[in-house]
Write a protein that binds this ligand. Structure first.
Ligand code: SF4
Length: 84
């Protein structure tokens, strides 16, 4: 619940409904009727919890950006570079 505005996206092509994000940041993520995660409130939990949820996703389906600056907070660009 910080002041930072976040843009959180879930890639439905990757999400397998493992629910880890929901368990880690339950006020931000929920599962829809197709058992895929969606964002209910991007300000519901702390940034640390949201980043932990994104990090814990086994499918790397969650992207977190600073909504004002566009800075990508997760996955970190350095990690993406290693995956290429
Ligand atoms: S942790 Fe990842 S795969 Fe699991 S429900 Fe959340 S977004 Fe989907």
């Amino acid at each position: 619940m910080g002041d930072r505005r976040l843009c959180i996206a879930v890639d439905y092509d990757k999400c397998v409904g493992s629910k880890i994000c929901v368990l880690t940041a339950s006020k931000v993520f929920a599962l829809n009727e197709d058992r895929q995660s969606y964002v209910i409130d991007p300000r519901g939990d702390t940034l640390d919890q949201i980043l932990a949820a994104a990090e814990g996703c086994p499918m790397m389906a969650i992207t977190v950006r600073d909504a004002d600056t566009g800075e990508q907070l997760f996955p970190p660009p350095s990690l993406l570079a290693k995956m290429v």
